[in-house]
Design a protein around this ligand. Structure first.
Ligand SMILES: NC(=O)C1=CN([C@@H]2O[C@H](COP(=O)(O)OP(=O)(O)OC[C@H]3O[C@@H](n4cnc5c(N)ncnc54)[C@H](OP(=O)(O)O)[C@@H]3O)[C@@H](O)[C@H]2O)C=CC1
Ligand SMILES: CC(C)CCC[C@@H](C)[C@H]1CC[C@H]2C3=C(CC[C@]12C)[C@@]1(C)CCC(=O)C[C@@H]1CC3
Length: 345
């Protein structure tokens, strides 16, 4: 009779492990003595202790070898939020996540940790100290958010204590840190094109930004605390720096740290939001003829002009979460890590 090898509890897989968050997660897992199998559509680095499997997560046959003898899987792959390719989001975040769940079950994986997003409850209006019991956005602001909602539901609903398949979702917000391909590069590009002179709204709106190492810490705590008798089974958890900051103060600190001027002049929120909507519509209409990507999308304007900060109380209580790097230290380390994006570089 063939005996089934019990997966080692120190062997895990990171789907999306070549990306920004995924790679930081892989590095921390290695530090903690895990051996890691990375599954990603691209390979961006090599590290001892890591086995790479290149493929599309929508392909179960490609996924299965990466999950062999693995007890714990982190799923942090997604198309970039800046894309507006609805079919891609639906294929990867919804169909692909179904495939990931099925592959985990087939491979005998015991725990699945999903990187969701705090944005699953964001509709473009103020959220102050939002808790996990807020309803999902009824009118998600973009395809990214819409498909992250469906993805989170799928993973949490798949939690099955009887079958020994446990799931949990981490909802980070505004991840930043070294090697981030999004926040700082887009900010600097906008500044270099002379478009970061304006503050949208009165500039007092509070927002969460989360240093990447805190997000990693939250994921590992969630994974290690996940047992059939733990309160976290099938639940989502906000993970932030727990230090809400004015959106425009955060942007200014990063810009000034890199040698650019901070935005100074105010523009009314409703005016900018309406312009962003019109521009988005225009881009949609002109798509068959030409392609242009507006910098100020409705989603970015909404994020820049409203309050959106979340309570981490549930993560503190159930997971023992506490940020390990302060916002000040995180900003300093981030700025230092981008010498090539400095003014004049
Ligand atoms: N960055 C942020 O502020 C926040 C991010 N999140 C979530 O965190 C997770 C990680 O984000 P982040 O690290 O910033 O993103 P990245 O784009 O840096 O990483 C995602 C990785 O997944 C890969 N990928 C995309 N599609 C597939 C596919 N079909 N099969 C296999 N791999 C694929 C990407 O490859 P490629 O680059 O080639 O597409 C990339 O390597 C995502 O789930 C995101 O939704 C949540 C909240 C905030
Ligand atoms: C042009 C400026 C008004 C803004 C430049 C910075 C923005 C690129 C970023 C500020 C907040 C960020 C953010 C995300 C992406 C990058 C920003 C818009 C997410 C949408 C990434 C994916 C998520 O799950 C939620 C994030 C919220 C904050």
């Amino acid at each position: 009779m063939a005996t089934r090898v019990r997966p080692s509890s120190k062997r895990c897989a990171v789907i999306g492990g070549s990306g920004f968050l995924g790679r930081h997660l892989v590095e921390k897992l290695l530090d903690r003595g895990y051996s890691v199998s990375v599954f990603d559509i691209r390979q961006s680095y090599e590290l001892p202790g890591v086995t790479f499997h290149q493929g599309d997560l929508c392909d179960k046959q490609a996924l299965l070898p990466a999950l062999k003898d693995v007890s714990l899987v982190f799923h942090c792959a997604s198309p970039a939020p800046a894309s507006d390719d609805r079919r891609l989001f639906e294929r990867v975040n919804i169909q692909g996540t179904r495939t990931v769940i099925q592959a985990c079950v087939d491979a005998g994986v015991q725990k699945l940790v999903l990187t969701s997003s705090a944005s699953v409850v964001f509709e473009g209006t103020d959220i102050k100290n939002g808790k996990e019991d807020l309803p999902y956005a009824k009118k998600p602001i973009d395809y990214y958010t819409q498909t992250k909602i469906e993805q989170e539901k799928l993973v949490l609903e798949a939690c099955d204590k009887e079958k020994g398949f446990l799931t949990v979702a981490i909802r980070p917000h505004g991840i930043f840190g070294p090697r981030d391909p999004q926040l700082v590069p887009i900010l600097v590009d906008t500044a270099r094109r002379g478009k970061m002179k304006f503050i949208i709204g009165d500039g007092t709106n509070l927002v969460d930004f989360t240093f990447v190492e805190n997000v990693v810490h939250g994921h590992i705590l969630a994974a290690e605390r996940l047992r059939s008798d733990s309160p976290s089974c099938g639940k989502p958890y906000h993970i932030t720096n727990d230090e809400p900051i004015r959106f425009w103060d955060f942007m200014s600190e990063v810009l000034v740290g890199l040698g650019y001027a901070a935005p100074r002049y105010h523009l009314p929120y409703t005016l900018v939001y309406t312009l962003a909507l019109l521009l988005w519509l225009l881009a949609l209409i002109l798509r068959p003829l030409m392609s242009f990507k507006p910098t100020f999308t409705p989603m970015r304007v909404a994020l820049a002009g409203t309050h959106h900060y979340y309570s981490c109380d549930r993560a503190k209580q159930d997971l023992g979460y506490k940020p390990v790097v302060s916002l000040k230290e995180g900003i300093a380390r981030t700025v230092q890590s981008y010498p090539h994006l400095k003014q004049g570089a």
